[in-house]
Write a protein that binds this ligand. Sequence first.
Ligand SMILES: *[C@@H]1O[C@H](CO)[C@@H](O)[C@H](O)[C@H]1NC(C)=O
Ligand SMILES: *[C@@H]1O[C@H](CO)[C@@H](O)[C@H](O)[C@H]1NC(C)=O
Ligand SMILES: *[C@@H]1O[C@H](CO)[C@@H](O)[C@H](O)[C@H]1NC(C)=O
Ligand SMILES: *[C@@H]1O[C@H](CO)[C@@H](O)[C@H](O)[C@H]1NC(C)=O
Ligand SMILES: *[C@@H]1O[C@H](CO)[C@@H](O)[C@H](O)[C@H]1NC(C)=O
Ligand SMILES: *[C@@H]1O[C@H](CO)[C@@H](O)[C@H](O)[C@H]1NC(C)=O
Ligand SMILES: *[C@@H]1O[C@H](CO)[C@@H](O)[C@H](O)[C@H]1NC(C)=O
Ligand SMILES: *[C@@H]1O[C@H](CO)[C@@H](O)[C@H](O)[C@H]1NC(C)=O
Ligand SMILES: *[C@@H]1O[C@H](CO)[C@@H](O)[C@H](O)[C@H]1NC(C)=O
Length: 512
Amino acid sequence: MLHFLSLLLLLSSFLPPSLSQPPKGLLINCGATVRSTIEGRDWVPDKDYISTGTSKTIKTPGLLQILSTVRSFPLSGRKFCYTVPAYRPGKYLIRTTYFYGGVNGDEVPPVFDQIVDGTFWSVVNTTDDYKRGLASYYEGVFTPTGRTMSVCLGVNTYTESDPFISRLEFIILGDSLYNSTDFKTYGLSLVARHSFGYDGFIIRYPDDQYDRFWEPFGEYNPIQSRARNVSVSGFWNLPPSKSFETKLTLPEPKALTFQWPTSSLPNSTYYIALYFAEDSDTSSGVSRVFNISINDVLFIRELNVIPDGVVVYSKQWPVAGPMTITLTPVSGSTLGPLINAGEIFDLVLLGGKTHTKDVIALERLRNSFQNPPLDWSGDPCLPRQYSWTGVTCSQGTRIRVVALNLTSMGLSGSLSPSIANLTALRDILLGNNSLSGPIPDLSPLKALATLHLEKNQLIGTIPPSLGNMDTLRELFLQENNLTGQVPNSLTGKPELDLRLSPGNSFSSPPPS
Ligand SMILES: *[C@@H]1O[C@H](CO)[C@@H](O)[C@H](O)[C@H]1NC(C)=O
Ligand SMILES: *[C@@H]1O[C@H](CO)[C@@H](O)[C@H](O)[C@H]1NC(C)=O
Ligand SMILES: *[C@@H]1O[C@H](CO)[C@@H](O)[C@H](O)[C@H]1NC(C)=O
Ligand SMILES: *[C@@H]1O[C@H](CO)[C@@H](O)[C@H](O)[C@H]1NC(C)=O
Ligand SMILES: *[C@@H]1O[C@H](CO)[C@@H](O)[C@H](O)[C@H]1NC(C)=O
Ligand SMILES: *[C@@H]1O[C@H](CO)[C@@H](O)[C@H](O)[C@H]1NC(C)=O
Ligand SMILES: *[C@@H]1O[C@H](CO)[C@@H](O)[C@H](O)[C@H]1NC(C)=O
Ligand SMILES: *[C@@H]1O[C@H](CO)[C@@H](O)[C@H](O)[C@H]1NC(C)=O
Ligand SMILES: *[C@@H]1O[C@H](CO)[C@@H](O)[C@H](O)[C@H]1NC(C)=O
């Protein structure tokens, strides 16, 4: 059974049109080394927001400046994240743009995943666009869950060469935009946004104050005359008034049927908003009233299109396969149906986030290593298939780090005391690296069962508190440069597998 949740109808009101200021946000030109101003907007280089990947230049002649650099990432990694400061409670339009330009040497672009914080956003497949010489863009609406937001590229089984990205935009949206969506549970991933009956260039800033892209759809069909201008400020989603200058319509009151979006949709639930404005003088007895159905299911009955405009939306509409929209005039309607614009987003169930205290502790630990694993960015545990190398997390809704295994990773640097803030840790395996400095106090780790620090260059004494951990079963400290006395509390525990030699120079001999 289909559930048609909250199908609402909103009439526009008479608010003054807002001034068109450039959208607020952050525009990142990936792989670029200098700032640039393009069409009056500032693009910054990406080095402050990412620590992996290499900058590459595309040689395609005549390419837009903004697409001429990319950042590319090694296929051997798992995920690569941009992390930007976020303002809460903001709502961000995130747009990623990809133009391959053959940077890998391969003829076809790689297919990979994109991720927002702990949420799998979508697959990035630019193959068809690239074949036609076009850049591909993806747009989503997400709210930050902390003081930063991350957008990551993920290597999947179908990824065959190095992932890359051309640009990354974060635009702060007004409060009222798409506000029927519960952004604590869902993100929106754009499927299509069209201005109907329009055939010009993509409508965007300054026509759209948030620089959303409204693509042309259908035969050019301009509005001939309009009794009153459409006041778009009355629409919570603030569509650009330019999108009301053209329409799809029929000259007489007959059913208008069209497939939109043109591609078949995966079985999912969608946010759908359709925009209409009457363009003739309806005071003289003519009327335009029609039913709207999607795949033969009634979406809204007897829509009376008015000159000020009207939006019809569903915040959760199930679709699987092709989507056909039918506008059927009701009897007595004297004019053909019309439609000006539409937006459809896939509802993306948010993946959650790792327990904040664990995230902070892991970030400090990462910063104390000189050469942390390349994928230690973004959310440590999520999405599940994209957890950080060596990090194992708990299942369920409260996501904690339960094990850390960085055995033989060639790590150098020291062990941050913040490791003791990962209070759900059961296993720490850091053997066979080049870690130096002392062993921090680990007494807050009440569940610690395994501590492998063998084959490093750790110095100082063994923290006596290790002897008081009843859960500890394995303590491997051999082949380090530890000194001092072995705490009495550690020796003579039959249940503890304690390894102290070779290496180390304790002042009393370790038990044989
Ligand atoms: C990417 O898109 C192309 C063209 O639509 C398709 O042939 C290919 O199977 C897709 N690749 C993946 C991994 O989905
Ligand atoms: C959405 O924004 C409009 C305009 O600010 C407001 O009237 C409405 O109550 C908001 N709806 C929700 C669900 O917050
Ligand atoms: C509608 O707006 C345009 C440009 O903003 C203006 O030239 C035109 O006179 C307006 N039309 C009406 C009927 O108000
Ligand atoms: C879409 O998915 C839902 C739930 O996963 C399932 O119940 C439904 O049958 C699917 N619809 C189609 C057309 O495959
Ligand atoms: C419009 O929808 C209503 C409600 O489902 C239905 O009774 C009516 O017959 C429909 N009209 C047309 C012309 O489809
Ligand atoms: C730790 O990681 C190493 C290297 O990846 C692996 O060989 C070993 O089995 C892992 N140990 C545990 C307990 O998971
Ligand atoms: C220790 O780590 C290095 C890589 O850093 C690896 O080559 C070596 O095989 C490891 N030794 C053991 C005993 O695992
Ligand atoms: C551990 O977390 C607390 C806050 O939860 C913080 O005050 C403290 O500085 C952290 N310790 C380390 C060593 O990072
Ligand atoms: C550190 O320990 C290693 C073996 O555990 C040993 O070879 C080395 O000489 C020691 N270095 C110092 C400075 O004690």
